[in-house]
Design a protein around this ligand. Sequence first.
Ligand SMILES: [Zn+2]
Ligand SMILES: [Zn+2]
Length: 190
Amino acid sequence: MTTRLTLRCHSGQNTWSLPYPTASLPLNAWYCHCSICRHVSGAPFVAHLGQLPISLCESTASPPATSRAYNTSSKGRRYFCSKCGTYLATSTPVGVKPEQWFACVGALELGSLKAQEVYKFSEHYDLASTVDGGFARWLDDGLPKWVAWGPEEFHFPTEPLTPARPTSGAKEALNGACHCGGVTLELLQP
Ligand SMILES: [Zn+2]
Ligand SMILES: [Zn+2]
């Protein structure tokens, strides 16, 4: 049996119907706090689900023609709406093993399904990328929090590891940028 889940971007230009084996539900889901997830989304972390063989995606649920793919690293290829920019999913780039694919929880349309039937959160990843634990410090959900991708070393820094970096003059600034660096901003203290 197959359960079809739908990803939808904000503008509605991209809907992506995904066939999952019903027996695989609820899918494993996790929170990623890495810098790439934060900069491609503008959110403090991204929730992903369903790390599955890429064959499921390529054979029966190819990316919509109106999506745009972007290699965010040598290990990840991410898919966005070309109109509204919604981040929809990630796959391994062509030729990278093991071939895997996963979707963004925030873009899911659950329809008549309940969230707990579709996914179950298990872990937080890539806290080291935030320097000081980032938003995970406020997520007291009892789930394991890992410094990197994969259960390598349990470590959750509670204090900033490096001081904030003022960039100009005596006033401290907050710097922001999208992942490719095409857009940057600097917020100065009033
Ligand atoms: Zn869109
Ligand atoms: Zn990430």
